[in-house]
Write a protein of this length. Structure first.
Ligand code: SF4
Lengths: 452, 198
């Protein structure tokens, strides 16, 4: 913290700033109007991800407004001296995927991006949160933002995870327990033996969805797993710097007697493969469970519950397993990393895609794409009848051409099941990569544990 | 941009008594692919202002020659919906400097203040009186006195206090926005960088 304002917010110094084409153009024009440059351009990294096509990236973008946004980003980065990993660049990809895989994100840093899923980077023990366009301009101009102090919540999960239960299921479970607004106003720390046992990629999935319960951000204290992941990455400290960095990162632990405004406890054994049935991420249940009955929902929430089920064309109390589906989307900053593709491939290997399913397998970055080819995952996918696409946000928010048609059911590894999020009228069921794979090969909602 | 210095504003008003006006109505989602902050005023309340074939709808207040001014007076719960800053940009760009309502959605309120648009929250009763006065006389004026945190209906002399965060008040009075404020902290920021070593 640089300074604090009386009766006002704190001035928070920002170590890493990620930008993309949608929320940055107006911030750049703000600088131009003021006649100033970026204060610390080396701390900003840009990528094009929201609007880009996931096929034929070598061709010009067809949709005019998307093309203009992407071109504007390139021009702005050139003019203001910002490192850009644009379309086709070997480092291109979804902003939250590349930041981590390049080691630009590091423990203890403050990280912002004009994008709510910036919370992903909290998996490294950094303070990471999404900001608005005015704040993007603030960071450009001063490398600082003004922040009120958030409340602190800790969520503890203990024990071993069951078969086919993944970190996506953990976070969907937590949100289903505390609701899509249950952490509004809080910064969340995830702790406990279950969290400690997770890989970095799995931790990122959890922190990524912190925003879906209203939290400003989520974080996990760094440990050996974090340091092993960081070691050797493009922007990670090297040699002697590495040793001293690790020493300082080891100090980033919450004191044993730290007091939280709210503390929650869960047991891993209570968590099963999860799926959502409604139109916010809190409307989820164990995949073998049922949609709640109307009388199980508090009276004041019943109208929106009914409205959500109408949109999804589900009825209260119904069983989800066996329900036919139409689309499968594997990808996004929640589950578009190499482990997610590995998980999906491990389940579909030797099986065939169901005939009634259209599946889009979209890597989170060029590096993930490359690695998937090198590891033979792309081949496994193709043999099982799946199409392995090029990286981008894709059907997560359908700003490009990858839109789920109206009325169709999509089992998606992304993070939001809002009305119309994956295309006007699309019906999204959020789930893990394993559950998505199980749906893709059976054509219906299926517990992945039954296929492993 | 440094926002315009704001202390006292006396102006006629544009009345919009509808409640729960959300950000989608203020600026429809299809304008979000734009790359500039300007020009949103043209599309402010786009679908209320214009027919499908872009002819202005006579009955909508922004198209009425009778009402003009720098103050938008709106019904309860103004600015709900998404966090898009474009909503505040559109209202400001159109020429408004103040929005008066009996309740504002939280994020909209913040976005407005970040962009030099002052949200003034008044009691339901006061709001009703403003609408009444404007109905009697379309040239009825409001005076906003920021220093005193007071809003006054000139025709009746009725006045009410309003709340504003002390820091934001300072920004409006001095005509600086958060960025100017942060730029004024440059020395402290540099000192912070040095002390931390990179
Ligand atoms: S993948 Fe989805 S959630 Fe993530 S940055 Fe892209 S659009 Fe946002």
């Amino acid at each position: 913290m640089v300074d604090s304002v009386q009766d006002g917010p704190d001035v928070l110094y920002i170590d890493r700033h990620y930008i993309h084409e949608v929320t940055s153009p107006q911030a750049f024009s703000g600088l131009r109007k003021r006649g100033i440059s970026l204060f610390r351009p080396e701390r900003t990294l840009a990528t094009a991800d929201h609007n880009i096509p996931t096929q034929h990236q070598e061709l010009p973008i067809r949709e005019k407004l998307s093309r203009i946004q992407v071109e504007t980003l390139s021009e702005n980065c050139k003019e203001f001296d910002v490192e850009l990993y644009g379309l086709g660049h070997p480092h291109n990809g979804i902003v939250h995927v590349i930041g981590a895989e390049l080691g630009f994100t590091q423990p203890g840093m403050t990280i912002v991006c004009g994008d709510s899923h910036t919370s992903t980077h909290g998996a490294f023990g950094s303070i990471a949160f999404g900001i608005g366009t005015s704040e993007v301009e603030m960071v450009f101009a001063s490398q600082c933002v003004l922040q009120p102090k958030p409340k602190k919540m800790r969520i503890n999960i203990e024990g071993a995870l069951g078969k086919a239960v993944t970190s996506k299921d953990i976070i969907l479970y937590i949100i289903s327990q505390i609701s899509a607004s249950g952490a509004t106003g809080y910064f969340v720390e995830y702790a406990g033996s279950t969290i400690r046992s997770l890989s970095m990629e799995a931790r990122m999935t959890i922190c990524n969805m912190s925003i879906e319960m209203g939290a400003r951000g989520g974080l996990i204290a760094p440990d050996e797993i974090t340091f092993d992941y960081m070691n050797g990455r493009e922007f990670a400290p090297k040699d002697a710097d590495w040793d001293s960095a690790v020493e300082s990162w080891k100090l980033l632990q919450t004191e044993p007697d730290a007091v939280f405004d709210k503390e929650l406890y869960y047991r891993a054994e209570d968590i099963h493969p999860m799926i959502t049935y409604g139109t916010n991420p809190g409307m989820g249940t164990a995949i073998d469970g049922n949609i709640p009955k109307l009388e199980e929902i508090p009276a004041d929430e019943q109208p929106s519950f009914k409205k959500a089920l109408e949109y999804m064309n589900f009825v209260p109390g119904m069983k989800l397993a066996e329900h036919p589906i139409d689309y499968v989307f594997l990808g996004s900053c929640t589950n578009g990393r190499i482990e997610d593709i590995r998980a999906f491939a491990s389940l579909v290997k030797g099986k065939k895609k169901a005939g009634n399913v259209t599946a889009w397998i979209v890597p989170g970055s060029k590096q993930v794409e490359k690695q998937a080819y090198e590891e033979g995952l792309a081949e496994i996918l193709e043999q099982a009848g799946f199409e392995f696409r090029q990286p981008g946000c894709s059907a997560c928010l359908a700003m490009n051409e990858d839109k789920i048609p109206a009325g169709k059911y999509s089992v998606s590894t992304s993070n939001r099941n809002f009305e119309g999020r994956q295309g006007p009228g699309a019906r999204t069921l959020l789930a893990s990569p394993l559950t998505a794979a199980a749906a893709a090969v059976t054509g219906k909602i299926t517990n992945p544990a039954d296929l492993l | 941009m440094a926002i315009e210095k704001f202390n006292i504003l006396t102006s006629t008003c544009v009345p919009l008594p509808a409640e729960n006006v959300d950000t989608d109505q203020i600026i429809p989602a299809r304008f979000l692919k734009a790359t500039s902050r300007e020009g949103f005023g043209e599309n402010l309340f786009r679908d209320w202002r214009y027919d499908k074939d872009n002819t202005p709808r006579k009955e909508f207040v922004l198209n009425s020659p009778e009402y003009s001014g720098k103050i938008l007076v709106a019904g309860r719960n103004f600015g709900s919906g998404s966090s898009r800053e474009h909503a505040a940009w559109a209202i400001f760009d159109y020429g408004f400097r103040v929005v008066v309502s009996s309740f504002f959605a939280d994020i909209f309120k913040n976005n407005a203040m970040n962009n030099g648009l002052l949200p003034v929250q008044v009691s339901a009763n006061f709001l009703k009186n403003i609408f009444n006065e404007i109905e009697k006389d379309s040239q009825a004026q409001l005076e906003i006195h920021l220093e005193k945190q007071e809003i006054r209906l000139l025709s009746t002399g009725e006045r009410e206090k309003f709340e504003i965060n002390a820091y934001k008040k300072l920004c409006f009075l001095n005509g600086y926005d958060d960025i100017d404020f942060l730029l004024s902290k440059k020395e402290k920021i540099i000192a912070f960088e040095q002390q931390r070593g990179g």
